[in-house]
Design a protein around this ligand. Sequence first.
Ligand SMILES: [Ca+2]
Length: 385
Amino acid sequence: MKVTYLAGTTILRTIVYILIALPFFSCNEIKTQTTDSDLRIDQEVLAKGFEIPWAIEVISEDDYLFTERMGALYRYRNGEVKEVKGIPETKTFTTDRPYGGMMDISLHPKFESNRMAYLTYVNEDYHLSVGRFRLQENTAQDFEIIFSSDQFAIGSRIAWQDDAHFFLSFGAGGSPGPDPGPQDLSDPRGKIFRLMADGSIPKDNPVFPGMTEPSGIWTYGHRDPQGLYYDIVDSVLYASEHGPLGGDELNVITQGGNYGWPLFSYGLNYDGTKVSDMTQEDAAKTTILPLKYWKPTFRLAPSCLIKLKNSNFEHWNDSFLMGALTYRHLVLYNPDTDETEIVLPDVGRVRDVAQLPSGNLVILIDKSSPRLWSKGRVVKLIPKN
Ligand SMILES: [Ca+2]
């Protein structure tokens, strides 16, 4: 019985390794959607004048909440933008550009009845916090901090597993060299957490070696997962993460997994040196390799992640859409064909994408991109033939 089980495990592991290794054997070029392609896209600017609009959530077809990294939450409703009152102060850390600040906004799955929304932000002590509130018109009522940490997060997203559980990514930076934090289970950086809706720790979270009970940590060894998408149909959590100089990844997130940073990376340190001497073969033995990675020759810098389903962009459905910050493109990744396609070239630094009930999309774009004089904006994407 035991032998059969072990043999089964080995076969399963081999299949998993083959599946993981598949992307290395297919070397598809990056495709670019040309203007004479059959898919033309109307871009309608709904609102503009922002700095770094970072995250958007759709309440209904013409009603959205979106954050601004510099410290604001806005509500767009029928062509009008109002600032939401009652949210906390936030801090950014500035090197070449501001990091941290006000990050994700996420509606509770039962928002329609309970009006609960969640915010991830860097607080006045430069530590990542998560707060929730009840949205009453343009006011955040009963604001309550449900997660606090003692570290700065360069990026953070929320994705809901169900009404009771959400995932929270906690991005670590690292320049010029990597920080060991993501491998340290007592450090919140470089982790994906799984928490109850009230911020408490789910009893069925993993118990890591050296611990006697579950913690909030679901997976570790991440660098900066700024894209988090939970596929409720397939019950799979996906995360896109920034490598350093290249080595950006799309990962399938499995409970308790070590995703390798900074033990192993397909990218390079910012000074061009190797992140580690670990081989891919050795990394596969102790860590979970990405579903897909992009080499330093295509620095995707994925800002967000959504898997489209039943959108009006038929050719994009069942593929992942991501903002590519370095090149200022909107990029589509099809996991079935392993093709990366630039669907909106040089559109600007897209920070987030959301699907509307109609099947059209809304995206957020940074100011000064793609042109120096461009304003930060909310743009609706509509396909036209
Ligand atoms: Ca990794």
